[in-house]
Design a protein around this ligand. Structure first.
Ligand code: PEP
Ligand code: MG
Length: 319
């Protein structure tokens, strides 16, 4: 089966009724960018830029960041999408060179975009380095943990200011991660001001179900196929499409073959998956019929438990 998937890895992920679903990679650096292309990835839907900042004693310089984002963009080329997520640390992922007061609830604290807006110099430096990669791929900048429109506006203003200051004319799309329930609920309002959405189902599940995503005892219950989470994904897609914006899913659920038909049926445009999953997810998309997926999605959105959803979707996988 794996050999079959690999042979077909460079065929386009189009459903049997002709809907192209972009299949891209979640990466942490240059090696994975190259592997993703080799395995047929159509681009990168999530570059977790934290890897540049963690495990060191000082912040990476603008020059260092420019080099690495440029190398990754060049590895993809101008025909492929590259979504670079700005620094997503804070809370449980502290930086030694950015002392922060301890927090009782780090997942509910100053993390993601909140930290970057509190430390705008860090964000500005990163944004300048990212923008310099614009000529080498289809560049997208994405902000994590957006909970308020004000955050999006402030972060976007920084991008526009730095872009003007650098004299960069290339188009750079600016989008957000949907990881906070309020943002999914207000997707339509956000879609007026963001160029695209990528749903981070790992955090969205954690915040929707009020279950720590790393809790060993809750791992089974903290299922992104909980209908509460699925209904937020559906709302996000509806809000985005009303304003002609695309929606990806970059949480772990995008790499789950059981979930993919439901995601496609809800109208998700892009699946950003772990690098090794690319061939299998592309092969799966090519077997699915979007109209059938829509019927299944409508069914599971009415269900009451993740177990029911999984039972229905596994029946589908059996054919
Ligand atoms: C997510 O929350 O689903 C996500 C993709 O981001 P991360 O796993 O890096 O928090
Ligand atoms: Mg997240």
């Amino acid at each position: 089966k794996r050999a079959e998937e690999l042979a077909a890895a460079h065929l386009p992920p189009v459903t049997t009724d002709g809907q192209h679903i972009e299949v891209v990679a979640n990466i942490g650096g240059l090696d994975e960018a190259r592997q993703g292309v080799e395995l047929g990835g159509e681009g990168v839907g999530l570059l977790r830029s934290e890897f540049l900042y963690l495990d060191r004693n000082d912040a990476p310089s603008e020059q260092e960041q420019t080099q690495i984002y440029g190398d990754i963009a060049k590895a993809l080329g101008t025909s492929r999408t590259l979504v670079i997520r700005t620094l997503d640390v804070g809370g449980d992922k502290p930086l030694p060179y950015l002392p922060m007061p301890p927090e009782e609830n780090p997942f509910l604290g100053v993390r993601g975009i909140r930290l970057c807006l509190a430390e705008p110099d860090i964000l500005r430096t990163q944004v300048r380095a990212i923008l310099r990669a614009a000529p080498f791929s289809k560049l997208h900048i994405m902000f994590p943990m957006i909970a308020n429109l004000e955050e999006l506006r402030a972060a976007k203003a920084i991008v526009l200011e730095e872009k003007a200051a650098l004299g960069i004319n290339a188009e750079v799309k600016v989008g957000i991660m949907v990881e906070v329930p309020a943002t999914a609920i207000l997707a339509e309002q956000f879609a007026r001001e963001a160029d695209f959405f990528s749903i981070g189902t790992n955090d969205l599940t954690q915040y929707t179900l009020a279950m720590d995503r790393g809790h060993p005892k809750l791992a089974k219950q903290a299922d992104a196929l909980h209908p509460g989470v699925l209904n937020l994904i559906a709302l996000t897609v509806q809000g985005a499409h009303k304003h002609g914006k695309w929606v990806g899913v970059c949480g772990g659920i995008a790499s789950d073959p059981q979930a993919v038909p439901a995601l496609i049926g809800m109208g998700v445009d892009e699946l950003s998956v772990s690098v090794p999953s690319i061939p299998a997810i592309k092969a799966l998309v090519r077997k699915l019929n979007k109209a059938d997926c829509e019927k299944v999605a409508a069914e599971v959105l009415q269900m009451g438990t993740a177990a029911e959803v999984r039972a229905r979707l596994s029946k589908l996988a059996e054919g």
